[in-house]
Design a protein around this ligand. Structure first.
Ligand code: PLP
Length: 346
């Protein structure tokens, strides 16, 4: 015993998908992004639950992720690979029937020579300058690519989590210009979906919103993390707690030590300022986060419970991320392998 418990509510993932799906018109397909092991929550369980919910299209980052996903979803599901057709991917793309999003003229050449006739999509760069074909490459190859029939043409927004950012409209305009006459297009991840219908095209592809993260503020929480208290001690005035003597007691304090730390994804930089919850009551983290342990001031509690809640109704991955100067995505995908994972709603 002693392991912290990570509760993952698959029904909440399905509810979030339904809520996001309801935000676009009926003719717009709502896919699901399940890269990085479904943002760390277990792609097999998440994809099965979403398939039962009616999801037919999935996106992963790498061909290898697509192969693993194909074992879980049925043959009719479309699996798109954001990184496209990289060197050495041919067999995986072919055997698992994956759809690479071709990102460059090199990938187009590779795809047509190594896997002729195999399905593909195209990713365009509309200003983010991360992945995708530049306008001049697209102009040169468009005729051949359109003749071969891409399954989907996409681009990605750089600033969709900031609705008023002028980049959104600029990328939208560029995407519309570049994809005139294309039958099946997708521009929106979670943030773009929330920007409104002109961003939806034929398919939207939310990731983080499914898992309860911002910018989907209405999301149902998906994860709850309960961490056992290893011991509680009295600390007298001027005594210090933890590495570097980073915290010193002002008056006599009760300090609980809980059994999770930065090796479990509760990153050190969240440090002081983060709260850990005893039921509804917030308890401040004191001192430095260590590899396996965090110290918490519980002086104000009548009784110290057996476990404290790090993530849950009172604190989302985004709240915790804010304490650490990062984003919910990073907290979620960093949650470690030592937790006892309890799936609900499978
Ligand atoms: C990760 C990713 C998504 C999903 O983004 P969220 O912000 O998690 O919804 C969609 N499209 C691309 C290209 C991505 O890399």
């Amino acid at each position: 015993m002693g392991a912290a418990e990570l509760f993952i509510d698959l029904d909440a993932v399905a509810a979030n998908w339904r809520a996001l799906d309801a935000m676009s018109a009926d003719h717009v397909e709502t896919a699901a992004v399940v890269k990085a092991d479904a943002y760390g929550l277990d792609v097999a369980r998440v994809a099965r639950r979403l398939t039962a919910q009616g999801v037919r299209s999935f996106f992963v980052a790498l061909a290898g992720e697509g192969v693993a996903l194909r074992h879980v979803v049925d043959d009719r599901a479309d699996i798109y690979v954001f990184s496209g057709h990289m060197a050495g991917d041919g067999d995986a793309l072919h055997s698992a029937d994956l759809i690479p999003m071709l990102n460059s003229p090199e990938q187009v050449a590779r795809h047509f020579s190594e896997t002729p006739g195999h399905a593909f999509g195209v990713q365009l760069d509309t200003g983010m300058n991360r992945l995708g074909m530049e306008p001049n490459d697209w102009a040169a190859l468009r005729g051949d690519l359109m003749a071969a029939g891409p399954r989907l043409v996409i681009s990605h927004l750089a600033c969709a989590d900031t609705p008023d950012h002028p980049m959104n409209h600029q990328q939208l305009r560029t995407f519309v210009e570049m994809t005139e006459g294309v039958a099946r297009r997708s521009l929106a991840a979670t943030g773009g979906l929330l920007l409104g219908p002109e961003y939806h095209f034929e398919l939207v592809r939310p990731g983080i919103g499914l898992y309860g993260g911002l910018p989907f503020t209405e999301a149902t929480p998906v994860v709850r993390l309960s961490v056992p208290v290893v011991q509680t001690r009295t600390v007298r005035p001027f005594e210090t707690v933890g590495y570097g003597n980073a915290w010193e007691a002002d008056i006599e304090r009760q300090i609980a030590t809980i059994s999770a730390g930065y090796a479990d994804g509760l990153i050190r930089s969240m440090g002081q300022g983060a709260q850990i919850y005893a039921g509804d009551v917030a308890c401040p983290v004191v001192g430095r986060v260590s590899m396996d342990l965090i110290t918490v001031d519980v002086t104000h509690l009548d009784e110290v419970p057996d476990a404290l809640e790090v993530l849950g109704a009172h604190q989302s991955v985004d709240d915790l991320a804010a304490c650490a100067g990062t984003i919910g995505y990073e907290i979620l995908t960093s949650l470690g392998h030592r937790y006892a994972r309890r799936y609900e709603g499978a």
